[in-house]
Write a protein that binds this ligand. Structure first.
Ligand SMILES: Nc1ncnc2c1ncn2[C@@H]1O[C@H](COP(=O)(O)OP(=O)(O)OP(=O)(O)O)[C@@H](O)[C@H]1O
Ligand SMILES: [Mg+2]
Length: 382
């Protein structure tokens, strides 16, 4: 069966579309994928929605329609390019654009914009969406949703690998700690763990835009001209989010320019702040992994940290992770094991659509803190 996954993340860099063949829960094959950059005016509207507190319903409605049409164009373009008719596609799994994620509010909620009826009509394909709501209804964080997909795709391990940890560095960074394997057996006290470790690229992008007028620091080149400021790093790392126990998830509502302002950053050289923000992303990822795997590994254990998301292209960030990783860890881009790391999240949403259609519970209570497993999503027929 063919499914399409659509993901547009918090970085607002574009729309990732993946066409995936799924023949069972663990038999998943990427057929084609593409990232479609947002056009400037949509990006500006969405950035505005993500950054200010009061919005008119008119703005929200207009942005939702424009975004959905962009999703539909992306799907139709990819299918035309692949010469595949929409009738061959079982469903689209669409994440939508998160504009507010508040799982720890008194009345928890998470809002993703998009219009499933319009998407289904414009593509002629059934749409499955609203994946976070049911997990939240069961008192979960509604996030991250991808760890069970990572397990389906990346387990069992090759013989020489003891454990895999997937590190997705998008706007926010999240980790999936897959169960470790000893002597070909799952260790008894292991379960799937995954959570947001804190900022990925979001602070890097906004600081870079403010000081260089570029939407991101290509390959970390600008950051490399700066020096990590140890005092600033220590103050940032003291934020309670990093030491809070998981399950936990975060977003741009928390890690943003306002968060950065509390550290009085204008007193420093901008490139030094950028370098320190790279270090913050690396340190918070490593401390998240440490939190999730407190026991020392057997020295012979062979652990892979598989890095995906846009942060994999930031050389300074990759070398910081390499430096911080323990000796028995190999840090490598997910690409190194033959998986396109830029579209992994879009693939996950194709898989979530498959799980909905086949009645599989796709949330992991050990990850989200939900009271029970549940089927995720709602369906709109074309
Ligand atoms: N060549 C590059 N050099 C440095 N950083 C890059 C490069 N290419 C992409 N990035 C970073 O990756 C970001 C986009 O990453 P990605 O698409 O994984 O994030 P996202 O859309 O926010 O997804 P998520 O849902 O995981 O948060 C860009 O905003 C930029 O910061
Ligand atoms: Mg993206």
């Amino acid at each position: 069966m063919l499914y399409i996954g659509i993901m547009s993340g918090t970085s607002l860099d574009g729309i990732d579309v993946a066409l995936v063949e799924i023949t069972s829960q663990t038999n998943i094959r990427l057929i084609a994928a593409q990232t479609y950059a947002f056009d400037m005016s949509l990006r500006t509207d969405l950035t505005h929605l993500l950054s200010s507190k009061a919005h008119s319903f008119k703005c929200i409605g207009e942005a939702t329609q424009s975004l959905t049409l962009a999703y539909a164009n992306a799907v139709n373009h990819l299918l035309t390019q692949q010469s595949i008719p929409p009738t061959d596609i079982a469903g689209i799994g669409c994440h939508g654009q998160t504009v507010w994620h508040a799982p720890d509010a008194d009345t928890p909620f998470s809002i993703q914009l998009h219009n499933p009826a319009l998407l289904a009509t414009c593509t002629g394909i059934n749409v499955i969406d609203n994946f976070r709501a049911k997990d939240l209804a069961h008192n979960g964080q509604g996030a991250p949703l991808v760890p069970p997909f990572h397990a389906a795709l990346l387990m069992p391990y090759p013989e020489q690998v003891t454990q895999r940890i997937i590190v997705n560095i998008g706007g926010i960074a999240n980790i999936t700690v897959l169960p470790s394997i000893a002597h070909n057996r799952l260790s008894t006290d292991n379960e799937l763990v995954g959570f947001d470790t804190g900022p990925g690229n979001t602070l890097l992008d906004s600081w870079c835009l403010q000081h260089t007028d570029q939407p991101y620091d290509a390959n970390g080149k600008w950051a490399k001209t700066g020096t990590v400021l140890p005092d600033l790093l220590v103050r940032m790392c003291a934020d309670p989010y990093f030491s809070a126990p998981y399950p936990k998830s975060s977003g741009r509502e928390y890690f943003n320019q306002v968060w950065l302002k509390q550290f009085d950053v204008p007193q420093y050289l901008p490139a030094d702040v950028q370098a320190t923000l790279v270090a913050l992303t690396a340190h918070s990822i490593c401390s998240g992994i440490h939190q999730a795997t407190p026991k020392e590994f057997n020295k012979n254990a062979s652990v892979q940290w598989l890095i995906c998301g846009g942060g994999v292209h930031n050389d300074m960030l990759m070398s910081a992770l390499n430096t911080l990783a323990p000796d028995n860890v190999t840090v490598m881009p997910l690409e190194a094991i033959g998986i396109d790391s830029d579209v992994l999240e879009a693939m996950a949403f194709a898989w979530l659509a498959y799980c909905f259609d086949t009645g599989l519970c796709a949330n992991a209570p050990s990850v989200t803190g939900a009271k029970q497993q549940t089927i995720l999503g709602s369906k709109t027929f074309a």
